[in-house]
Design a protein around this ligand. Structure first.
Ligand code: FAD
Ligand code: 2HG
Ligand code: ZN
Length: 459
């Protein structure tokens, strides 16, 4: 059993028998019914290696009908299942808790069509985010989301977690960018909501229920996504601030001055940058003179290179003059820009390499957002490294607490304090990663009793 939950395996669920395996082989063919130990091991453990299941069966469906047949059969046999995408989730939702059948979507990775006039892409759920982006780039479009896990995460997983990421400030939530979905319900019903329309007010918009529902309501098999144009000019600036108030003021100024051009506004405290420099191979501080207290990474994107660059340069100069930033540098080429982003996007991996990590993904009012980092640091003293970074422009803090090993005593210092603190400030205990196994029982910190009542029957 898993150490991550106190809940017992529900005895109402059956266990796999040889007849089940035969049946799955009839549906999928031998090759896509996986019982190989090594492959099962990889599918049973999450990206952080923190959550481990004990599934004996991994299924790789190739199309909608196969997913439907699998679910119909599992439902009739009362076999529990867990949908799995790229397995990059950070809350223990993508791996089995016990012996659930793993249904991985990686073999459903076809791009179906692109409407080149409107930028409307239809594809299967197992497409890897970065592959979609590369395909679109050739056609003059981009995906409306970008995250450090792009090389492995799948669009179906992104939608199921309602992933936010680095460009949320510009393109907004997937609730706005996903136009249609095809979903298979637990009994095998194929729910066709594959509309490509921008506007459709005919009754309830059911697809929204599946965005962010983490596989609890069905398996997403196809997607219609509205993709923004790929603009020719992108600029990145790496800036240093001496205090948190300056970071907030800088955000307000950037919104005023750079307006619609902003495509990312990320922040990291010096402890985060230090963590990245220590654990990411080849990473170096773009502002090496000394370690400042805070760093902000701003990206602007627009259609006119000289206009956009001049605008960002002027913004940097002004911010320097009025003392909002202590130092700053604009990337001179793509290589330098990617070296800035390597630090920011490498933070999850850096904390994973550093040892054990407790992750909290909080939405908080921006003026309160850094206080929890300082309080946590004071609370834990030298037993842990507390780092704070995240999507400042979206009010989303990633509080990471890094220790040499997992320890119940340390956990008891962190929780429920962090959840109570967040609830007290009317924040969210899961801004963009989802609840997963980690926070399924913590939902009441962010939702009212009545709202949970509607949610709970599907747990
Ligand atoms: P998985 O991890 O496989 O699954 C996630 C959840 O969705 C599980 O509950 C699973 O059961 C369910 N699921 C998966 N596929 C389907 C499907 N087809 N139908 C139904 N349910 C399904 N998140 C952010 O929001 N912003 C970030 O900036 C960000 N950066 C990250 C950086 C790194 C380095 C890593 C490791 C993770 C990051 N994440 C981020 C976490 C994020 O949740 C995932 O990367 C991504 O959205 C999950 O996609 P996946 O395909 O890996 O899904
Ligand atoms: C990010 O923004 C991701 O880098 C991961 O959401 C955050 O690892 C984390 O805590
Ligand atoms: Zn994030």
């Amino acid at each position: 059993s898993s150490a991550a939950t106190n809940a017992k395996r529900n005895p109402a669920f059956s266990t796999i028998n040889p007849d089940d395996v035969l049946h799955f082989k009839e549906i999928l063919g031998h090759k896509n019914v996986i019982q190989d130990e090594d492959r099962l091991l990889a599918a049973n453990v999450d990206w952080m290696r923190k959550y481990k299941g004990s599934s004996q069966l991994l299924l790789l469906p190739r199309n909608t009908e196969e997913v439907s047949k699998i679910l119909k059969y599992c439902n009739s046999r009362c076999l529990a299942v867990v949908p799995q995408g790229g397995n990059t989730g950070l809350v223990g939702g993508s791996v089995p808790v016990y012996d659930e059948v793993i249904i991985n979507l990686s073999t459903m990775d076809k791009i179906i069509s692109l409407d080149k006039v409107n930028g409307i892409l239809i594809c299967e759920a197992g497409c890897i985010l970065e592959n979609l982006n590369s395909f679109l780039a050739n056609e003059g479009y981009i995906m409306p989301l970008d995250l450090g896990a792009k090389g492995s995460c799948q669009i179906g997983g992104n939608i199921s977690t309602n992933a936010g990421g680095l460009h949320f400030i510009r393109y907004g939530s997937l609730h706005g960018n996903i136009l249609g979905l095809e979903v298979i319900l637990a009994d095998g019903t194929i729910l066709d909501m594959l509309t490509t329309l921008r506007k459709d007010n005919t009754g309830y918009d059911l697809k929204h229920l599946f965005i962010g529902s983490e596989g609890t309501l069905g398996i997403i098999t196809k997607i219609v996504v509205l993709t923004p144009c790929k603009l020719s000019s992108t600029n990145s600036a790496f800036l240093a601030c001496s205090d948190y108030l300056s970071c907030q003021k800088l955000l307000a100024e950037a919104k005023q001055d750079l307006g619609e051009a902003i495509s990312a506004f990320e922040f990291m405290d010096c402890n985060s940058v230090e963590m990245a420099l220590t654990h990411i191979e080849g990473a170096r501080n773009p502002l090496p003179a000394s370690l400042y207290k805070f760093y902000v990474l701003i990206e602007t994107t627009g259609a006119d290179e000289s206009y956009n660059r001049t605008k960002l340069e002027a913004f940097l100069l002004r911010s320097m003059e009025v003392g909002l930033i202590s130092d700053g540098v604009i990337a001179q080429d793509l290589n330098q820009a990617s070296s800035f982003w390597q630090i920011r996007e490498g933070l999850s991996e850096a904390t994973a390499k550093a040892g054990a990590v407790y992750k909290y993904d909080l939405s908080l009012p921006v003026d309160k957002l850094y206080s929890i980092v300082e309080e946590m640091r004071a609370r834990l003293g030298n037993i842990a490294k507390v780092i704070g970074y995240g999507h400042l422009g979206d009010g989303n803090l990633h509080l990471n607490i890094s220790t040499t090993h997992y320890d119940e005593k340390i956990l008891a210092q962190i929780e429920p304090f962090v959840y109570e603190w967040t609830a007290h400030h009317r924040g969210s205990i899961s801004a963009e990663h989802g609840l997963g196994l980690m926070k399924a029982e913590k939902i009441h910190y962010s939702k009212s009793e009545e709202a949970v009542l509607y949610w709970h029957p599907i747990l």
